[in-house]
Design a protein around this ligand. Sequence first.
Ligand code: 5GP
Ligand code: ZN
Length: 114
Amino acid sequence: MEECIFCRIARGEIDSSIVYEDENLVAFNDINPQAPMHVLIIPRMHVSSLLELGADGEQLVGKAHRVAGQIARERGYDRSGFRVVVNCGEDAGQSVPHLHFHVLGGRALGWPPG
Ligand code: 5GP
Ligand code: ZN
């Protein structure tokens, strides 16, 4: 998956504003933020969508959510609230085929989503 843009960000080949990283995950600011906080958390390993996630990815998904909470808490959004979203496939508007968790906060987020 040499050409995958998020794999390239994870490898440091494309600049991004990284807010967290560890051996499994990288989190960086979305280039086109939809809220005052709009962070993307990605696994370092290439997984094209939630549908491609195997049993070996289960821990990683749990960790991504824990990291999302940690990032939100650091910014004070534990008090005001925040949202974690995964878009999967065309109808959901997934535009990058590498699993990513959007972490949004800092404004009232509408529901149902558009
Ligand atoms: P999706 O639409 O697939 O759920 O979300 C993809 C997200 O990746 C979008 O919010 C888009 O702004 C973001 N994005 C796409 N390319 C880049 C990039 O090169 N750098 C960063 N930081 N974000 C990107
Ligand atoms: Zn990838």
